[in-house]
Design a protein around this ligand. Structure first.
Ligand code: HEM
Ligand code: HEM
Length: 183
């Protein structure tokens, strides 16, 4: 099941990087929105995330059951185990807000954007923070699960690039918020 999770999350990561860069440029007004390809890729990512969520719940249940049977509970001490889960569940909530904000509505063939005010900006900044925490504490387990050796010690570089991209995504949400205020 861990192998399946690794394959699913690797696919999510590829789609997510494309989505974040493309979406960030849309928010900043550098490219036009409403692309069908973007929409299809986003929905595929959402579907994969639902699969990832189910596997994550099963893996958690499996670990708790194993602890119960062995009678040894190190879970309390295992901070990383809980950070992975708490950031994952926070993500679920904030991604739900993201999808509700960005799906838009179709009224008699006219596409309407949803309001993007202070509350919406806050949920999106929290989504970016949860993504940062979730990805930083999961990148090494993913590399190990995929069997990739870190021969060139690129771990820190990967984390730095991810952090910079997420920072830019956060800035793009702020620019989008400002664009809503001035238009
Ligand atoms: C920080 C990173 C992210 C940025 C900058 C971002 C940006 C955007 C933007 C600008 C749109 C509107 C696109 C349009 O309608 O033209 C959008 C839609 C969407 N996003 Fe994200 N997004 C991010 C993270 C995520 C994550 C983690 C998910 C979850 C899997 C996700 C799922 C979706 C979905 C399902 C849509 C609706 C697509 C549609 O049906 O049109 N996004 N995103
Ligand atoms: C529904 C929201 C999410 C939940 C509840 C969740 C939960 C989890 C949990 C519990 C783990 C640890 C699994 C284990 O014990 O090995 C995990 C791993 C991981 N998650 Fe998430 N996650 C969510 C969304 C995401 C998103 C949107 C991404 C990517 C942008 C992501 C990327 C990863 C990666 C790369 C791993 C490491 C996989 C591995 O070790 O093979 N997750 N997630």
């Amino acid at each position: 099941m861990r192998r399946a999770n690794a394959v699913v999350t690797a696919l999510i990561m590829v789609l997510f990087l494309i989505h974040m860069i493309w979406g960030g440029m849309e928010l900043a007004g550098m490219v036009k929105g409403g692309s069908t390809l973007f929409s299809v890729l986003s929905r595929v990512m959402l579907l994969l995330m639902a699969v990832h969520f189910l596997i994550a719940v099963l893996l958690t249940a499996q670990t708790v059951r194993a602890c119960r049977m062995s009678g040894v509970f190190y879970l309390k001490q295992n901070r990383l185990f809980w950070i992975r889960r708490i950031s994952g569940f926070a993500l679920m909530l904030f991604i739900l807000c993201h999808v509700l904000i960005f799906m838009g509505t179709d009224e008699n063939g006219v596409y309407r954007l949803s309001l993007f005010a202070g509350a919406q900006l806050l949920t999106q900044i929290l989504m970016v923070v949860s993504l940062l925490v979730h990805l930083l504490c999961n990148i090494t387990p993913l590399r190990i699960a995929l069997g990739i050796e870190d021969r060139h010690r690129i771990r820190t570089d990967v984390m730095l690039v991810l952090s910079c991209l997420l920072f830019l995504a956060g800035a793009a949400f702020v620019i989008y918020f400002i664009r809503w205020r001035v238009i």
